[in-house]
Design a protein around this ligand. Sequence first.
Ligand code: ATP
Ligand code: MG
Length: 424
Amino acid sequence: MEIMKTLRGTRDILPAETVVWQRVEATARQILTNAAYGEIRTPIFEQTELFARGIGEATDVVGKEMYTFLDRGDRSLTLRPENTAGVVRSLIEHKLMALGGVQRLWYTGAMFRYERPQAGRQRQFHQIGAEIFGSNNPRADVEVIALATQILQTLGLKNLHLDLNSVGNGDDRQAYRQALVDYFTPYQADLDPDSQDRLTRNPLRILDSKDPKTQEIAQAAPSILDYLGTNSQQHFAQVQELLGDLGISYQLNPRLVRGLDYYTHTAFEIISDDLGAQATVCGGGRYDNLVGQLGGENTPGVGWAIGLERLILLLQQLGETPANQLDFYVISKGELAEKQAVVLTHKLRTQGFSLELDLSGSAIGKQFKRADRSKALACLILGETEAQNGTVQLKILATGEQRSIDQATILNDPQALRQELAPN
Ligand code: ATP
Ligand code: MG
């Protein structure tokens, strides 16, 4: 029979790699928890309307990347392509803002986009994201940016830079929109087909085009920064000043508009110099109209999402391959010894030790080889002699030191073994 394989754009993450994922997730969880963010878990599928309305019909995500299907009840559902829309839906549904103050939320999980798979771009990928709702203060923008950089730095990433822009508010963009139409119309025939279409529907999106020719034309396009009203200018100036206070360097990129329509004011990306074409590790910004657009009371928001596959590619390039350290590798041979080994192993596990029990029944020498590969601190060895005497051999793998201990001693006072494992 033909062997079944993962679908294009999806992959299995095997134990050798999940240790890296676990470290990333634990680091992010700790940093966000310490900053008073609560974790939110929303469903992987939602009604299609949520994303169409939230992300914007003219975006690539909604226009061509969504996994949309009819369920058995003929409802149009979509696998979430990002999670801000779902979080906002939940915020409204559960009236979280009625709790007062601001709401700080974070999430992690799988997202789905029908894209051409390549390094750092998959159809099922994973993000960690953070959002603050209820503050339109520039301090909130800077808090989320600072947390994203803190996570990436704590993980040891280097050669990252922060691109920053303001896309203003609706009024600013109204004026800017016309300037873009005026600028791009003479080049219309040279734009990629999507951008030609966007010229009338959503000219700002042209700036986000990945087409080289369009990008070249866009180089000289008018800058949004020249179209910001006084309020938007002030907001943006304060964001920059605070970033300066925190010693977070950035570069202004007036062509940064992000791939989702909901952004207002601050937009930013954290980009790696060590990845190829898919170099943006974190993207985010402010979205003051999204909650209102999705039917909630007007509530400002700001947040980001980190792409975990890209982050993990970077960690792998750094040669980060942490392993979970085992305390004991348990070797046994012979019927009675094997039974005793099961009891001893279980007892020590319940006492918080980590142990791998060799189940092979193969020769002691072979089990020793596996013990060496396991990178455990020590071996517990039960042969026939030990089984008869009620003892066990304890061998420290780093030094080769070995001694005999009574099984009863271990069972009575398991914590005494900690001493044996501590380096002296
Ligand atoms: P890109 O321009 O690379 O397509 P985007 O603007 O579509 O990114 P966002 O929607 O802002 O990305 O998502 C935030 C982050 O999630 C991205 O910076 C990236 O790290 C990651 N990401 C987005 N799409 C994918 C994907 N298909 N596969 C892997 N990671 C992704
Ligand atoms: Mg994209």
